[in-house]
Design a protein around this ligand. Structure first.
Ligand code: KG4
Ligand code: ZN
Length: 333
């Protein structure tokens, strides 16, 4: 039988990515990162769209070459429909539609957040259903209950900043460039996580809040820098370790609560913040303590990538979930 070969395209934010998967196996996952945003301290939507336009065709070409497949062997095309920056999404959607039309093959529109969760199915051992997934990225923080590849429910989410935003905004307060999350991770390795204490928000249920932590860091730094203008330089590692400890303890506290309430012990993590070494280690340790089976995708499938769009499209294809050429990308899910 002809293998099911899917080309997937992801352009929701500042990574231009294409992936080919064959019968659910990822053959390539090419990601072009846009360095241009660093100097602006955040992603500039207009520049992101332009950079996607520049990168998208070479990235698609590289994904096909690495997979060793010509365009004529593709069974279907998939693209990220939402959520994301609308101008960025439209670039990927336009290329995907053009290819589907030219090759006369089916088209699939994938939800980016659903795809982050299903990145956990790319490698084995994969979690069994139902599982819980803590999805932590620059734009979202969610606890998702997943009963089937195409059936999932958000059971907890942030009421203000996302975890990645909390990392990036805290990093900015201590003078680190954007995106600060990976830098906090790096310096935290040498620091004492209990040196400085930032308050834990009191939010009922499974929802998160990070804005209070950010404000408490701001006031704390203003006070300390009044006493010693060199405070941040002298305490960088301990500050990073303490900030990381607080953000991660908020995340894992709610995950623990969700596992208790649902009785689910298959626990996954997804999204860019799951690259955080402290978070990965703490989740593994908590998993041992709570007798959970813990799954964390390899780094390249944690941050934005088209491999996760491809694996989601694989299940959509099997379920016959196709879209027409008139379907549009949307900024919100
Ligand atoms: O999922 P992602 O690549 O993009 C979306 O937001 O969809 O996540 C990016 C976020 C950024 O906020 C970045 O600072 C954060 O993930 N991040 C990290 C680390 N690596 C990436 N945060 C903490 N520690 C890291 N090692
Ligand atoms: Zn993402």
């Amino acid at each position: 039988m002809q293998p099911l070969n899917i080309l997937a395209i992801e352009t929701s934010c500042d990574e231009t990515s294409a992936s080919v998967c064959s019968d659910g196996k990822i053959l390539s996952n090419i990601v072009a990162t846009q360095a241009i945003h660093e100097q602006y301290g955040g992603v500039v939507p207009e520049l992101a769209s332009r950079a996607h336009m520049q990168h998208i065709l070479p990235v698609v070409d590289a994904a096909l070459k690495q997979a060793g497949l010509p365009l004529s062997d593709l069974s279907a095309i998939a693209y990220t429909r939402s959520p994301g920056l609308i101008g960025a999404l439209l670039v990927g959607a336009g290329v995907a539609k053009s290819l589907a039309l030219a090759l006369d093959i089916p088209l699939m529109a994938v939800d980016h957040m659903q795809a982050h969760v299903l990145a956990n199915l790319i490698h084995s051992p994969a979690p069994s259903f139902p599982f819980l997934c803590l999805t932590v990225s620059g734009g979202h923080t969610q606890i998702v209950r997943c009963d089937d590849p195409l059936q999932m429910e958000v059971i907890g989410q942030t009421r203000d900043d996302a975890a990645g935003e909390a990392y990036d905004k805290s990093a900015k307060l201590i003078g680190l460039p954007y995106p600060g999350g990976p830098l906090i991770d790096k310096y935290a390795a040498e620091g004492d996580p209990l040196k400085f204490s930032f308050p834990e928000p009191q939010i009922d249920g499974l929802d998160f809040s990070f804005s209070g932590v950010k404000t408490s860091i701001l006031y704390f730094l203003q006070q300390k820098q009044k006493e010693d203008p060199q405070f941040v330089e002298k305490n960088l590692a301990d500050l990073c370790a303490s900030i990381q400890h607080r953000i991660n303890s908020i995340l894992l506290g709610k995950l623990r609560k969700a596992a208790k309430e649902t009785g689910i012990r298959e626990i996954c993590m997804a999204g860019g913040v799951s690259a955080n070494k402290g978070l990965r280690r703490s989740l593994q340790e908590l998993g041992v303590k709570m007798n959970w089976n813990v799954y964390i995708p390899p780094f390249e499938f944690c941050t934005d990538n088209a491999g996760m769009i491809a694996i989601t499209a694989h299940y959509k294809f099997l379920a016959g979930e196709f879209v027409g050429l008139e379907e549009s990308a949307e900024a919100r899910s």
